[in-house]
Ligand binder design. Structure first.
Ligand SMILES: Cc1ncc(C[n+]2csc(CCOP(=O)(O)OP(=O)(O)O)c2C)c(N)n1
Ligand SMILES: [Mg+2]
Length: 199
């Protein structure tokens, strides 16, 4: 998947949504295509990719066929895309995927399996207690997991730095071996595609 193919996918979903053809929330990515492709360079097919409500790019980059991802979104499942066959799992609860990801990493380690877990989270999710505990636990237990913090500066409409009165976020300048951090600016609102749609 190229930058252009990722953008074309989200544009197509935005159009479907704005035409009222998707009867459920969608959360689109934009402006992070190059960073995502870079993050996925280190991801193997045996690895698990764990996501939140915003996961179209992860599904496509993990190898789920475009048509399968689109069909699930059209069926109203964008907010919680799960493709266990391709080792992609999502939870739409803020922080909800993090302990699941840690548990999968514990399982991989206990069974001596190949593979790693890649757990994606937004900037506000990364400031929660559960994120901090999970990163501490995973570090101290040397789990096969990494956490990718995706900073778009906000939680829905709330400024994350203002909320915590913290100009530099917890993982922003980190050299932590289990944390990858990147910033991006999205052109889409938190949910939907900019047009009010009545379900
Ligand atoms: C427990 C819980 N509380 C509130 C919400 C509503 N909610 C969905 S996404 C979100 C914002 C999270 O912000 P961030 O972690 O920065 O991710 P982003 O959407 O910006 O990628 C909120 C509050 C939720 N899904 N789950
Ligand atoms: Mg955010």
């Amino acid at each position: 998947m190229t930058i252009e193919e990722l953008i074309a996918f989200e544009t197509e979903i935005a159009e479907e949504f704005n035409m009222g053809k998707i009867h459920a929330p969608i959360h689109l990515y934009s402006g992070n295509e190059a960073q995502m492709i870079e993050v996925f360079r280190g991801i193997q097919s045996e690895d698990w990719v764990m996501c939140s409500w915003r996961s179209h790019y992860q599904c496509l980059l993990k190898g789920v066929p475009r048509a399968e991802v689109k069909a699930e979104i059209m069926a109203g499942h964008s907010i919680t895309l799960c493709f266990p066959k391709y080792r992609v799992v999502s939870s739409a609860i803020v922080g909800g995927i993090i302990p699941i990801a840690v548990g999968v990493a514990v399982g991989i380690k206990q069974r001596g399996e190949k593979g790693r877990v890649h757990c994606f989270m937004g900037d506000m999710t990364a400031e929660t207690g559960i994120a901090h505990e999970a990163i501490k636990y995973s570090t101290n237990h040397q789990l096969p997991i990494r956490f990718i913090v995706e900073d778009n500066g906000k939680s829905v409409c709330t400024d994350t730095r203002e909320t915590w009165n913290q100009p530099v976020l917890s993982w922003e300048k980190t050299t932590h071996p289990l944390v990858t951090y990147y910033q991006y600016q999205t052109k889409y609102p938190h949910a939907g595609a900019g047009k009010r749609v009545q379900f």
